[in-house]
Design a protein around this ligand. Structure first.
Ligand SMILES: [Zn+2]
Length: 127
């Protein structure tokens, strides 16, 4: 089970993400552009390690699962973020009937690319 908690300190704040007994604290800033499109700026996400248990590393695969889960929770909670804007754009990308070349990955690759969306969109995450 996972959930989020929204904390506002005015122009910035935090999204607290809870997954089982683990926690993340993600900082956001208010969007300076069109608030009807996106209210808060979360990217790039630093999902390299848990805040609790402190310092425990998060695998790349787990990070992508968190990205999707976080997006789902943000939408469910009516929070408009840049993450959702980017993922919505990616949803419209065309794919090929060939697998991504990432070791062990068998998702379809993006048309004209060698990687699937998860392995291509590293820009979502802090490296
Ligand atoms: Zn892949």
């Amino acid at each position: 089970m996972s959930s989020i908690e929204y904390e506002s300190r005015g122009r910035f704040g935090y999204i607290h993400y809870y997954k089982d007994d683990k926690k993340l604290k993600l900082e956001w800033e208010m969007n300076g552009g069109d608030l009807t499109v996106c209210e808060i700026l979360l990217l790039p996400l630093n999902l390299k390690e848990w805040r609790e248990p402190k310092g425990v590393k998060i695998s790349k695969d787990e990070q992508y699962r968190i990205v999707k889960d976080l997006n789902r929770l943000l939408i469910t909670n009516g929070i408009k973020s840049d993450l959702s804007v980017i993922l919505e754009k990616e949803r419209k990308i065309e794919f090929e009937e060939r697998a991504c070349i990432w070791a062990g990955c068998n998702q379809n690759r993006i048309k004209g690319m060698v990687y699937c969306i998860e392995h291509y969109s590293d820009g979502l995450l802090v490296k």
